[in-house]
Structures are given as structure tokens and as C-alpha cells.
Design a protein around this ligand. Structure first.
Ligand SMILES: O=c1ccn([C@H]2C[C@H](O)[C@@H](CO)O2)c(=O)[nH]1
Ligand SMILES: [Zn+2]
Length: 141
């Protein structure tokens, strides 16, 4: 489990916090960033990217997944998520339902860890199964 590696966890949280600077949010000012760890050791970061037409907005988590998958990487251990109004990390920022479903596509719900962070030493760890019980995924087809 990725959460046992405290050094890696800190590195991922710091990468996500650094990524907040690229969050494109002229409409909501709600800034979100993610750091996704692949099983080959690479960290893929992502930020939310809003749009004047609103619905094309892409969440930070999906930006990170799509960066990785578009480079041929499809196996992951865990994701760190940070976010808040104006980029202030006062609360934990849980992933939306659409992002949970994208996680379900590529990750084992029993082992993939979703780590919500407020700082490098303030975080909570969940499995995908805990935040998406009875999820529908590739094994259901
Ligand atoms: O899982 C989530 C939920 C929301 N947002 C973004 C989308 C939008 O830009 C802003 C407000 O919903 O937060 C994410 O990046 N990830
Ligand atoms: Zn989302």
C-alpha cells in the first residue's frame, strides 16, 4: 500500500500542492490538483481546467489519469488530491462521482488508495472501494 511509504506520500502531496498554480478556474476559483502514482513509479500530476461553456470542465483527477493513460500507463497505486476555494487548503477535497468512476476503470478498488490532503502532514487515506461501494467496472462486463 502506497500510504506506508511516508517519503513518497510527502513527495506526492508536495507535487499536488505545486500543481495548484496551474489550475485554470476563472469561473469558480475553486482550485484542485492531483498527483497520481503509477505502479512503474512515475507521478502524473493534474489540475482542474474550466471552460466558458462550463460542461467541458475537466477535474484535476481526470487530467492526471488522462495524462498517464495517453502515454500508455494504466496501472496505479494511489492518488493524492488537494483543493479548495482560491486554492486554500482549509478542508479535504473529495473526488466527484465522475472521477471515482474513472478510477474504477483503471484501479483495483480494494487496493487503490485515495489520499485527501491539507498539507504534507495532514491527510486521510481511503481505498477506492470505501468511497465507491459496489462500483461498476470492467469486471462487470
Ligand atoms: O473531483 C473534483 C471535483 C471538482 N473539481 C473542480 C471542477 C471545477 O473546476 C471546480 C468546482 O466544481 O472543482 C475537481 O477538479 N475535481
Ligand atoms: Zn471530478
Amino acid at each position: 500500500m502506497i500510504s506506508e511509504n511516508k517519503e513518497l506520500l510527502k513527495e506526492m502531496i508536495q507535487s499536488a500542492i505545486n500543481m495548484l498554480a496551474y489550475s485554470y478556474t476563472p469561473y469558480s476559483n475553486f482550485k484542485v490538483a492531483a498527483a497520481l502514482h503509477s505502479k512503474n513509479g512515475t507521478i502524473y500530476t493534474g489540475c482542474n481546467i474550466e471552460n466558458a461553456a462550463y460542461t467541458p470542465t475537466n477535474c484535476a483527477e481526470r487530467t492526471a489519469f488522462f495524462k498517464a493513460v495517453s502515454e500508455g500507463v494504466k496501472e496505479f497505486d494511489g492518488i493524492v488530491i488537494v483543493g479548495g476555494k482560491d486554492g486554500k487548503l482549509e478542508d479535504y477535497c473529495p473526488p466527484c462521482g465522475v472521477c471515482r468512476q474513472v478510477m474504477m476503470e483503471f484501479c483495483n478498488p480494494k487496493t487503490f488508495q485515495v489520499i485527501l490532503a491539507k498539507s504534507v502532514d495532514e491527510y486521510k487515506v481511503y481505498t477506492l472501494e470505501e468511497i465507491l461501494p459496489m462500483g461498476f467496472g470492467p469486471s462487470n462486463l
